[in-house]
Structures are given as C-alpha cells and as structure tokens.
Design a protein around this ligand. Structure first.
Ligand code: NDP
Ligand code: MG
Length: 376
C-alpha cells in the first residue's frame, strides 16, 4: 500500500488523481490532502477518503471542517501544506498545486526523503536547479505528471544508458493556433479558456493560449532530463496523440502515443515502474487516420521565445519569467489587461531584472517578490 499526500486535491489534476486512487484502493491510501477555497468538494473528498490530515488555505475553513470531522487533524496555509507533504507516514507526495506556491512543499518533501509525483511545473521552472540538486542528494524518485514529460520519461525507459540527443516536445497549439498578432489583439478571457483538447485549471489554460505553457515545459524538460533549451524542439501537433518523443544518436525516434487523458500520466507517476490496468482506452489509429506536425510561430507567440531566453540566461531569469507570467495571467483573468499584454509584462520584467546568484529557495522568493512588486 502506497500512502499518498495529494496537494491541491480539489483542482483539475487533483480530482483526476483521486479518481485514479478511487479505482485502485487496494494499492493507494490518502494520508493527507490540501485544498484552496473549494470547500464543498473538499468536504466530499474528506468523507470519502478519510485522510488522517487535511489542510485548507484559510484558518476559518479548517476550523469549521475540524468540527465536522473529529477523526481528521486539520491545519491551514503554507505551513499546513508543508506539514501535509512531510508527514512521517507519507511515502509519496503528488504535487498538484498551481504556481510558485508549490516550491516550499516540494523542496521540504524531497528533503524529508519523499518520492514526488510532480504536476506543478512552475515550481521546477522557478527553483529547478535547487530542487533537482536535493533530489540527487536524497536519492528520491521524482516522477513527472505533465503529459509531455511523462511521455519523455516513458520513452527513455529501457534505453540502456543511451542518452537521447534531442527531445521532441509536442504542443496542441492551444485555442489560437494559426492566429496572427492582429487577431490576438481582441481575444477574450472566455476564448482563451476554451482549450480544444484538454480540460484544465484556469492558469494553465491561459498559459496554453499564450503558449507560455510550452515555454515553461521547455524549461521543465531541461530541469528534469538535464538538457539545453536548444535541444528541446517544439512540434505543434493539433491531434494531441503523440505526447512527446526522444531522438537517439542513430536517428531513431521513440514516441509515446495515447488519447489526451491526464489520468494516464498521473497513474504512471503513481505506479512506476509498473503500469496500472484500465486507465484509458488506447487511441484508435484507424479512426484518427493522420497525425500532423507544424513549426511553432515564435514571432506571434512571444512567450515561447521569452521562455527560451530566460532559460539561456539562467540564474534568476526563469523565476522572473514565471513570477511575471503568474502576475500577468492573474491580471488577464481579472480583465485588467489584454491578452497580448501578458507577453509584454513578462518581457518588461525580464528586461528589468539584474542578474543575481541563486543559492537558496529564499533567493527565489526574493526574486518572486521583486518581480511582482515591479509589475504592480
Ligand atoms: P487548478 O487550478 O485546477 O488546481 C490548483 C489546486 O491548488 C486546487 O486544488 C486549488 O484549490 C489549490 N490552490 C489554489 N490556490 C491555493 C492557495 N492559495 N492555497 C492552497 N491551495 C491552493 O490547477 P491544475 O490542476 O490545472 O494544475 C495544477 C498544476 O498541474 C499546475 O502547475 C499545472 O501547470 C500542472 N498541470 C496541469 C495539467 C492539467 O491538465 N490540468 C496538465 C499538466 C500540468 P481550490 O480549487 O480548492 O481553490
Ligand atoms: Mg503538458
């Protein structure tokens, strides 16, 4: 029985993770779960899974649920999330939080020797070198949940020490694939949130529309698999069937295919090196018929280019990119800025940043604070 902490259990990845766990109750139990403000859903999860520890974003929610569930211990805020991740009985932490709030719990859980199933890419973008150094030092398993990175990870299983020379990172292209900058000027929040292939949380949906999601994923791939950004080649693939691929020195390409269903990479991260049964139907290639690939348009979707630049500059730049993007996406979701201003805000934050060495996660938080302050 693997005992899990699921951070962000009420989100898109969190709820899909709980479905995988629900269907495999003989293999997994929930020790702790955490939510933000969706208390209604959290209450149902608590009743169903009866974890020993639960965390809400706000104290008043935690106290009122504590009265309803006397057998469960409750806490709140960031300290609570870190405690949920580091509890002694936990074997693996599934980080399904959104944004940089995942940095501290991930870092502390790795230091506490926990295996990690990892969806929360912003954390790896902002604090990747520090986290991956701890992963090596502690010898924990750090298993990607993001579908592309799970695909890459699956493609290199059994490669017998042969290192791929390049990564082919696929992208659906999002709701605005093929749009010109002129057409992007007036797109609305509703249009940006309507992803053609995946049903996801609001932040990543906007990131997919700007293609910042793919930019963050380039950096995530560099951190996870120790690659240079120029060796991660983005292929726009509107069918979202090939989830990514790796290229070997002899010219062979190994790809992973599947229908777009996050339960597959979630299940693989939970069960690796084994596979669970009956997670999804395999794609029907006769019905799909053809698979298409295009070069991304980095002039129109500037966030891709900005992410590459931040990765190339290194040090604190990826953290600036990420913090600025979080700030810009939040402003766009509140109708305070236009769609194209997201890239402009990120670009101006990168230009404003003076390089500093990153020695600890506190340095990352300082960069985050400075970036947000500059943009407000
Ligand atoms: P969601 O926004 O759907 O979920 C985020 C989770 O974090 C929710 O449980 C939310 O709680 C919780 N949360 C939000 N704010 C706070 C807070 N202040 N304190 C504590 N908890 C909080 O995001 P997704 O599931 O879409 O994405 C999660 C991560 O996975 C992201 O990093 C994303 O990039 C990555 N990812 C997502 C994919 C997807 O298909 N969704 C695919 C690949 C990667 P509540 O809802 O209760 O407020
Ligand atoms: Mg992805």
């Amino acid at each position: 029985m693997k005992r899990l902490a699921v951070l962000g259990s009420t989100g898109s990845i969190g709820t899909q993770s709980l479905s995988v766990i629900r269907e495999n109750r003989s293999l997994y139990s929930l020790s702790s779960i955490s939510c933000g403000s969706n208390i209604e859903l959290f209450r149902r999860q608590l009743a169903e899974f009866e974890p020993s520890f639960a965390v809400c974003a706000y104290k008043e929610d935690a106290l009122s649920l504590a009265a309803e569930f006397p057998r469960i211990k409750f806490s709140w805020g960031m300290d609570g999330i870190v405690e949920a991740a580091c509890m002694q009985e936990v074997d693996m932490v599934l980080n399904a939080l959104s944004g940089m709030m995942g940095i501290r719990p991930t870092y502390e859980a790795v230091r506490a020797g926990k295996d990690i199933a990892f969806a929360n890419k912003e954390t790896l973008v902002a604090a990747g070198p520090l986290i991956m150094a701890e992963v090596k030092r502690r010898g924990v398993n750090f298993l990607p949940v993001d579908s592309e990175h799970s695909a890459i990870f699956q493609c290199i299983q059994g490669s017998a020490g042969n290192r791929p020379t390049k990564i082919i990172l696929t992208a659906s292209g999002g709701p605005f694939r093929g749009f010109t900058r002129e057409q992007l000027k007036n797109v609305t929040k509703e249009m940006a949130l309507a992803h053609p292939k995946w049903n996801m949380g609001p932040k990543i949906s906007i990131d997919s529309a700007t293609m910042m999601n793919k930019g963050l994923e380039i950096i995530e791939a560099c951190m996870l698999f120790d690659f240079e950004q120029e060796d991660v080649i983005v292929h726009v693939h509107p069918e979202s069937i090939v989830h990514s691929a790796v290229v070997f020195s002899d010219g062979a390409v190994i790809a992973q295919l599947g229908i777009p269903d996050m339960k597959v990479p979630i299940a693989y991260a939970l069960s690796w090196p084994k596979r669970l049964a009956n997670i999804a139907e395999p794609p029907n290639l006769f019905e799909i018929g053809s698979l298409n690939f295009e070069k991304p348009d980095e002039e129109t979707f500037v966030c891709l280019r900005l992410a590459r630049r931040a990765m190339e500059l290194g040090a604190g730049y990826p953290a600036v990119l990420n913090a600025a993007n979080e700030e810009a996406v939040a402003a766009f979701l509140k109708d305070k800025i236009s769609f194209l201003q997201i890239g402009e805000m990120v670009e101006s934050a990168l230009a404003h940043h003076s390089p500093v060495q990153i020695g600890s996660i506190e340095d990352v938080f300082e960069i985050e604070r400075e970036t947000r302050e500059f943009l407000i």
